[in-house]
Design a protein around this ligand. Structure first.
Ligand code: ADP
Ligand code: MG
Length: 262
């Protein structure tokens, strides 16, 4: 069964794209077939996967406005080992162009329906806004992963996201659930980070991934080489953390599968 996972948080810079790209590559490393979907006009996931956004013929934009079939949009990330639906600046226009369109929130879901059977996981990298693009992601998804930094304002805005998810669940997608909150860019030497993390553990217990992604400069460097961390520095703490996250994800959904040696 295909699992569609949206990586969402309307805050920018919390590690959504880093998580989307590296989780995708880590799942491939563990033998899974993965499709990564770049839903952000900034196209950071596209570039981070080693695909030049200025050279792609068709993008998620073409897909959403019905200009190209999904088979014409899929490209391969050689560095990541996964398939990619790329983005570029055009995607920013989709918001406006779809205002009057039929079923504008479920365009991605419909498109993915044609090929999702080819994959074990479809990972959606959402933009930093609760806009129509994110909505398309939430309607297509089985579950949401929410990356967050352990800082003072981390929880602010979370209620907006939770309310949006509630509305989506009521009106558009009954399946959707919050799969988990992911602590990103964690610095164990920071007392504040530790305190916020303790609070998250207290409030969200089962919804919090055990895996914590540390602040790691190698994770920040890798995108400029168009490489997921596994193809850049496999031994780094960042690479190990994202592999652990992928294992945790598999263990949650398929305990037998996760027990297989890598
Ligand atoms: P978002 O997609 O939520 O806007 P990004 O994944 O693009 O966030 O991350 C924001 C910035 O922080 C990027 O420059 C990225 O390289 C960097 N970054 C993300 N995660 C880490 C980490 N664990 N350690 C160090 N830098 C990170
Ligand atoms: Mg991003």
């Amino acid at each position: 069964m295909t699992r569609v996972l949206a990586i969402a948080n309307q805050k920018g810079g919390v590690g959504k794209t880093t998580t989307a790209v590296n989780l995708a590559a880590s799942l491939v490393h563990l033998g899974k077939r993965v499709l990564l979907v770049d839903l952000d006009p900034q196209a950071n996931a596209t570039m981070g996967a080693g695909v030049d956004k200025s050279k792609v013929d068709a993008t998620v934009y073409s897909l959403l406005i019905g200009q190209a079939p999904i088979a014409d949009v899929v490209v391969k990330s050689e560095n990541g080992g996964f398939d990619l639906l790329p983005a570029n600046r055009d995607l920013a226009g989709a918001e406006v162009e779809l205002v009057e369109a039929d079923a504008r929130e479920s365009r991605l879901k419909t498109a993915l329906g044609e090929i999702s059977g080819n994959y074990d996981f479809v990972i959606l990298d959402c933009p930093p806004a609760l806009n129509l693009l994110t909505l398309n992601g939430l309607v297509a998804a089985d579950a949401v992963m929410i990356p967050m930094q352990c800082e003072y304002y981390a929880l602010e805005g979370l209620s907006d996201l939770v309310n949006t998810l509630r509305r989506v669940k009521q009106n558009l997608n009954r399946r959707i659930e919050i799969e988990g909150l992911l602590r990103t860019m964690f610095d164990p030497r920071s007392t504040l980070a530790q305190q916020v993390s303790d609070q998250l553990v207290k409030h969200f217990t089962s919804k919090l991934y055990h895996t914590v992604i540390p602040r790691n400069v190698r994770l920040a460097e890798a995108p400029s080489y168009g490489r997921p961390i596994l193809a850049y520095d496999k031994t780094s703490k960042g690479a190990q953390a994202y592999l652990q996250l992928a294992e945790e994800l598999l263990a949650r959904h398929n305990p037998v599968d996760a027990a297989q040696p890598v």
